[in-house]
Design a protein around this ligand. Sequence first.
Ligand code: PHE
Length: 380
Amino acid sequence: MKHFKFISYTFLAFIFLFSFTQCSKKEDKNIIKIGEYGSLTGSEATFGTSTHNGIMLAIDAFNNQGGLNGKKLKVITVDDQGKPEEAASAVTKLITSDKVVALLGEVASSRSLAGAPIAQRYKIPMVTPSSTNPKVTQVGDYIFRTCFIDPFQGQVMANFATRTLKAKKVAVLRDVKSDYSVGLAEFFTKTFEGNGGKVVADLSYTAGDIDFKAQLTAIRSKNVDAIFVPGYYTEVGLIARQAKELSIKVPLLGGDGWDSERLTEIAGTALDNSFFSNHYTAESQDPRVLDFVEKYKKVYGSVPDGLAAMGYDAALVLIDALKRTPNQTPQEIRVALAETKNFQAVTGIISFNDNRDAEKAAVVLEVKNKQFKFVETVNP
Ligand code: PHE
């Protein structure tokens, strides 16, 4: 009797498991899985969180309007804690165990550079919303970006330093462990020196550092007109505070890595009269931006930063490509992405060039009273 009971329970368990897997298989057919990897925690947490919010705003709206011929998009999100090695395992997991057909991410170039070779090896298309280092899309034909690249961004800020600030001598302070920071420092220097200016001090730090007094003291002795700090907001905020403590009064200049509301929470007013380049301004009166800002505020209760806008646009571009594929296979998606032309997005018009990069305008923003104020738009 005992045996009989055991056998029948085992039998029931099998039946249950079998119908469960069949059921989820059926469900799978109507679901298109997209992987997202980003820094939801760590010292660049606002990058990942804002990007995720932007992505979900686009995806939820698409699903609510019926999805793709009845199929719904499902985003599977993995937090890489802002670490390249975690980014690599996130991408491996999303591809091999979740079986996603496309990837969105990362924000930081060093983490996209950790994830991209895996996506390329498995031939799963990846769209980074905001990694700007040129090497990212050079990984291969499955890697795309919906933003401009750092040679352009560096040129924008170098020309701003020369033409608007009339700077002749500047210092550069870069994060040596960040592909983004190192690259942007180089591109800035090239244009600035091409303009006849001089980089009289070139110093470095590593993400995670909290004391920048030695570098700043060295810079102070050089009497520079500005300091270019192509880093991310946590360190830049601290650098700005410590520069102020050392009575350094010249403007700091930077790139998109400054874009976080945490920046001025950390820096206080120490960044007033400083400038950085970015992908977007929430002050724009473009109807697409107005519509996006309104929708975003309704759902999240705050004004979207550039990362949110970039995440939204990357998701829109992917959705647009999916709509042009018969079966949503990774190969079809790659081809459809490559064929993207004049896609009207919030942060500009997106077409991929031969390197799978987007060529879009940049904006220069001024930090004023802890806020980011629009200064100018620079076209490529
Ligand atoms: N462009 C940065 C990078 O490549 C990431 C970034 C984009 C950060 C936009 C903030 C805003 O690493």
